[in-house]
Design a protein around this ligand. Structure first.
Ligand code: NAP
Length: 250
């Protein structure tokens, strides 16, 4: 079976590994944003398809029998593109997205609808901010006269807040390291997207232990892909694939 995985996440790599091990023909697609991405097992293609039309063409030309959209919960456009292309080519499509994080006793979380909303909450929460929302969209924080530790995999996109330090790093992280990092920089508040998963969850535990508030940007997921079936685990995606063939209902 020829499967296209829209990737860029740990789940996408895990799924590719499982499918390759089962002898399936799998192609993983990466957007090409990260300079040195962690590559999945099996065939990989890199770069945009050229909108939903380009993706539909690619599905047809490459005889794709099923698509798994395992992109990041905060990737905004690719999910809608995949839904359109799958509908047009009658290709079964499944969304694989890990669940979001849930607040635990001792947490002081402040939910935000987007990065602009997150920025508006910061002045009353702390003056030294640990910003872990990724390298895109940081213009939302640029007007704030607070100090920021900005951690991302590749250099962040300007404009950035005037007072900041950039830390280039990638998970997984440990609670000990996160706690030490926050202490060393005198962090007073953490900003994160509700990305979910274990790879980057240590910062939440460290913030809880240090009694720090956390601004959590909520997902838009539910509103974006109402027509696409979705699962939260690689195992469930494999089960779905085994019952799926092109032309069968998704
Ligand atoms: P996006 O807004 O959904 O996508 C923008 C455009 O990038 C899409 O229209 C598509 O271009 C291309 N694209 C996105 N994902 C692709 C993929 N897997 N393969 C081929 N083309 C892809 O996404 P984004 O927020 O820029 O994120 C880009 C990638 O980084 C995603 O694949 C995602 O899994 C990963 N990522 C995102 C975040 C985040 O916070 N946004 C965090 C970690 C990882 P065309 O229209 O030309 O096809």
């Amino acid at each position: 079976m020829r499967v296209l995985i829209l990737g860029g996440t740990g789940e996408a790599r895990e799924l590719a590994k499982e499918l390759v091990a089962r002898g399936e023909h799998v192609v993983s697609s990466l957007a090409g944003r990260v300079a040195r991405p962690k590559l999945p097992d099996g065939e990989v293609r890199v770069g945009g398809f050229g909108g939903p039309e380009g993706l539909a063409r690619w599905l047809t030309e490459n005889d794709v029998e099923a698509v798994i959209d395992a992109t990041h919960p905060f990737a905004e456009r690719i999910g809608a593109n995949a839904a359109t292309a799958a509908r047009e080519t009658n290709t079964p499509l499944l969304r694989l997205a890990r669940p979001g994080w849930t607040e635990e006793p001792g947490d002081d979380w402040h939910w935000a609808d987007d990065l602009e909303h997150a920025a508006s909450l910061l002045p009353k929460l702390g003056a030294r901010v640990f910003l872990t929302s990724g390298r895109q969209g940081l213009a939302a924080f640029a007007g704030l006269d607070l100090w920021f530790l900005i951690r991302c995999v590749d250099p962040p996109e300007a404009p950035l807040p005037r007072r900041h330090e950039v830390l280039l790093d990638r998970g997984p992280y440990t609670v000990e390291r996160e706690r030490a990092l926050m202490r060393r920089h005198g962090i007073e508040v953490l900003v994160t997207k509700d990305s979910g998963g274990a790879m980057t969850a240590a910062k939440l535990t460290a913030a809880r232990e240090l009694g720090l508030p956390v601004v959590v940007v909520r997902r838009l997921e539910g509103r974006r892909r109402p027509e696409t079936g979705s699962v939260t685990t690689v195992q469930d995606a494999l089960t779905w694939l085994s019952g799926t063939r092109k032309g069968s209902p998704a």
